[in-house]
Ligand binder design. Sequence first.
Ligand code: NDP
Length: 600
Amino acid sequence: MTYSDATSPEELAELRRRYRAERERRVRPDGARQYLAADAAFGYYAEDPYAETPRERHPLRDRVDVAVVGGGFGGILAGARLRQQGVGRVRIVEKGGDFGGTWYWNRYPGIHCDVESHVYLPLLDETGYVPEWKYSPGEEIRRHAVRVAEKFDLRADALFSTSVTSLTWEETAQAWIVTTNRGDRFHATYVMTATGTLTELKLPGIPGIERFKGHTFHTSRWDYGYTGGTPDGGLTGLAGKRVGVVGTGATGVQVVPKLAEDAGHLYVFQRTPSSVDVRANRRTTAQDVGADREGWARERRDNFLRIVSGEPVEEDLVADRWTASAGLLEKLLPSFRRPEDRRAFEAAYEAADAAKMNEVRARVERIVADADTAEKLKPWYRYACKRPTFSDTYLQAFNRANVTLVDTADTHGIERMTEHGVVVGDTEYELDCLIFATGFSVGVSGVHSGKLPVRGRDGVELLAALRQRGPRSLHGFTRNGFPNLLQLGAGQSASSVNFTHVLDEHAVHAAALVAAAEAGDAVIEPSREAEDAWLAVMAEDAPDHEWFHAECTPGYYNGEGRGRPNGPHAYPHGAVAFHGLLERWREGSMDDVLKARRAS
Ligand code: NDP
């Protein structure tokens, strides 16, 4: 059955039935427990394939103004904004061998950013850089991260190939003691954590996974020594090889076309198809994006944020499939505008959703020649249930004679693995190489991972405090009991699909707090009352999206099918309003977070 313009009540009812059936087919009783933390399962995955052997150095015992945990865009932006506030000693501590964070680790063939580069790459106005492509390849983004770090002179004090192992507040020093896996033990008056959200890579807990004797790796630790080539392709090492890839999310969609070009035969093991929309990547020029005007990048970035946050604009500057589908992002983000007439809104929303997903499914039919393969590649769920993807080469790859789609939905994923390959149903697929594009554990990076204990005032442990008192903060950045600790990109703020923009606003805010604390000889620590007030703001208008996610096909957006907690975990009026609120708050006295420093 095809649904070209399914907006009649009967057709919507049929779609609802179909979506429910697909969800039932996919949901597993073990939920998020079906995955393995990769480094716990296989030592190989913990290694850094891109770093030279870490240089020997003496452990550090000194004191800095700010220690920043994480050298991705969050940490780099924190450093840049601190520099603009005149803060001197900023030490970024980074597990990888250089700056870049997710763009350091993810170098798989085909890697691109799926948000427009002119709004995704931060500080374009300040660096004078104009991205070459509408959607940048990963390497251009990684180089920009390095460019920003170097422009703001963050390299000299940075520690690479180094993981922070503990943070302990020392009352007498009015500072944090930072320890690392390289023997460092130094003091930092302030600590900013910018540890990302999707950093701990995961593998499916497939029975027998450890028995496989072929070559195997995760997409975020690409082994070019084995495959040959570069992120642009040319994977000559795969010639004549039987290659499998598990996972068809945002990563799988980018990597499959490149593997298809060079593998002897490629088996794509799919459990849930992604929605794959038009990409239309192209080279851009400074004139295209108006880069001859001062402040062009900020203006464009603000315009994009307004659109994807449901705010009115006069013109859509980016004009891509994100902005075209912005109305459907309502359920994707925990915070968004709230409709006046809920029932009318939900009906219109469902109809628009059906039209969009029909268009996505019709595109599969148009592109994929084999009818059975096309049927399996059609996504049967609502648009915001999974992160939408964009590609003009992914669906086309399935028209190649050397590519086979193996649908594993009926068996809830790959059933088991043997020494030789992968078993689905009655078939064993013998493979020389199996690549996991299976993503990352959500919400367990950095201070939430359990690997980085944080002891605040009176030795109170952060994770224990979160368990006991629930998540409490002021604006998502600071917590009572944890002086001078600022968390960037964490919950209880407002997010966006353009995460670097969010991180930059957080960096601006956190740097301003540090500057104010320095100027006022104060420590940064919100009162319990300030936290209570923030919880109340979030709870007051919290949107009810739980029902939506409870009906979605499983994935990391809904706790693998459980639905997601509807508590006050985000600012309910969206990112634009949140950034405005922060700006107004900074213009005030800040006295609900600045406390007189205790005499040491
Ligand atoms: P995802 O978690 O989105 O996808 C993992 C894939 O692995 C899914 O297709 C999943 O299927 C599949 N899978 C898991 N277990 C099994 C199993 N046992 N058998 C078969 N298949 C299995 O990870 P990604 O790395 O693709 O993306 C993670 C996030 O990273 C994205 O959502 C996005 O935020 C970000 N990203 C951003 C990019 C960008 O351009 N900005 C590019 C790439 C990633 P199922 O869906 O059924 O669970």
